[in-house]
Design a protein around this ligand. Structure first.
Ligand SMILES: [Zn+2]
Ligand SMILES: [Zn+2]
Length: 408
């Protein structure tokens, strides 16, 4: 069996892959509530001939094994399948039939892609040396995420390397991209409640003006990134909400609310920013006789793509995906719970660009008009096949050849 043969079979299956994607898109379910989606995936795997499909792994995940006839490594592929609480505005013929819920991140595409790989490979079980583990993960979009609980349930214990992909709109179709090392940020957020003392706007000395104190806090927090962070590191701190007062001209507000997000890669910087947000806010409030409550919530860890595995897939894609541009891209500030998988095992998370200006696919992820060029699923499936071909087909052929040579 060759990579060309696997590609041909994926091409042949493509209309069905599209059908699965559109079915999932029409029937989206939000994170932690993907009951029918799970049933759909398990049913498909069963139809393909998979046995002993594990369901409710770590709460709501699904795992299936493809055990090759010969001995070899265990490679895991992960696809997520949850949707978002967004009212769809695409006007697509297969748009969401569930009000207020939409596949606006492309997870329908990830799942359909991995199903297509599972179906094609099942026909070649006898020819594979090693195991492919298919991990379908629930609840990527909402903390604490499904990935961590699946790992805690042991989903990676027998795995040698793990790979995943994300479609990426509106970056134009025709490119597969990768990023070695830190690739996606740890997305944290914070809430600050400031309590001052209200009063008449003409008599500030008898009040503690929450607006003034909150203004100092907003300004000072900016200096964490500009003055405390090593300039060689990446990090973002954004105050996204500042609320105080009731709209009156003559009343001093007694309280203020500040909310924002922090994006970092380095764990030490992450600790520093959290610590500084707390200590600066408390210091400013105490200097102005106000009190405060600061809560800092940690999102997923930063996603770190292992160098060796990322170099490997970039070479495989460059060699086999001749009709695609394969390029390295800089790290991004978005978060992704595949980070947990890569904390446990070597592997890499890559991107298949899926925008298409001519088709009006120009909206970013989590937008009510988000869509992706469905051909990107075929590209993604072929990339997974490149990985299978490397670990479970080609390496063993080399091994067998060397055995033969040794015997001769
Ligand atoms: Zn998303
Ligand atoms: Zn996503």
């Amino acid at each position: 069996m060759s990579i060309k043969q696997l590609e041909k079979e994926l091409n042949h299956l493509y209309p069905e892959t599209v059908k699965w994607r559109r079915h999932l898109h029409e029937h989206p379910e939000p994170s932690f509530e993907e009951w029918n989606t799970r049933q759909f995936i398990a049913k498909k795997l069963k139809e393909f001939g998979y046995e002993n499909i594990e369901v409710n792994v770590g709460g709501g995940g699904i795992v299936a094994y493809l055990r090759g006839a010969k001995y070899g490594p265990t490679i895991a592929f992960r696809a997520d399948f949850d949707a978002l609480r967004i009212e769809e505005e695409t006007g697509l013929p297969f748009a969401s039939k569930t009000p207020g819920v939409m596949h606006a991140c492309g997870h329908d595409g990830h799942t359909a892609t991995l199903l297509s790989v599972a179906k094609v490979l099942k026909e070649h079980e006898e020819e594979l040396a090693g195991t492919v583990k298919f991990i379908f993960q629930h609840a990527e979009e909402v903390l604490p995420g499904g990935g961590k609980s699946m790992i805690d349930a042991g989903v990676l214990s027998d795995v040698d390397a793990v790979y995943g992909l994300h479609l990426r709109s509106p970056l134009e179709y025709g490119t597969v991209s990768y990023c070695a090392g830190y690739a996606m940020a740890a997305p944290d957020f914070f809430n600050i409640q400031i309590q001052g003392k209200g009063g008449h706007a003409a008599h500030p000395s008898s009040t503690v003006d929450a607006v003034v104190v909150a203004s100092y806090v907003v300004n000072q927090l900016q200096s964490i990134i500009s003055r405390k962070k090593d300039p060689n590191q990446s990090g973002v701190l954004t105050v996204s909400t500042l609320q105080a007062g009731d709209g009156a001209h003559n009343v001093i507000a007694d309280k203020a609310t500040i909310k924002g997000t922090v994006r970092t890669f380095d764990p030490n910087l992450r600790n520093l920013v959290e610590e500084k947000i707390k200590s600066m806010t408390e210091g400013i409030c105490s200097a102005h006789d106000a009190s405060c409550e600061v809560t800092y919530t940690r999102g997923y860890p930063a996603l770190y793509n292992h160098i060796e595995e990322t170099e490997l897939i970039s070479e495989l894609f460059k060699e086999n995906r001749k009709d695609m541009k394969v390029e390295e891209i800089p790290l991004r500030m978005g978060g992704e719970d595949f980070a947990y998988f890569l904390q446990e095992k070597p592997g890499s998370f890559f991107f298949v660009h899926s925008g298409n200006k001519d088709k009006g696919i120009v909206y970013p992820h989590h937008h009510p008009k988000f869509d992706f060029d469905e051909r990107a699923m075929l590209v993604g499936g072929k990339c997974f096949m490149d990985i299978v071909n490397h670990y479970l087909i080609e390496s063993t052929e080399v091994f067998e050849e060397s055995q033969q040579a040794a015997g001769e």
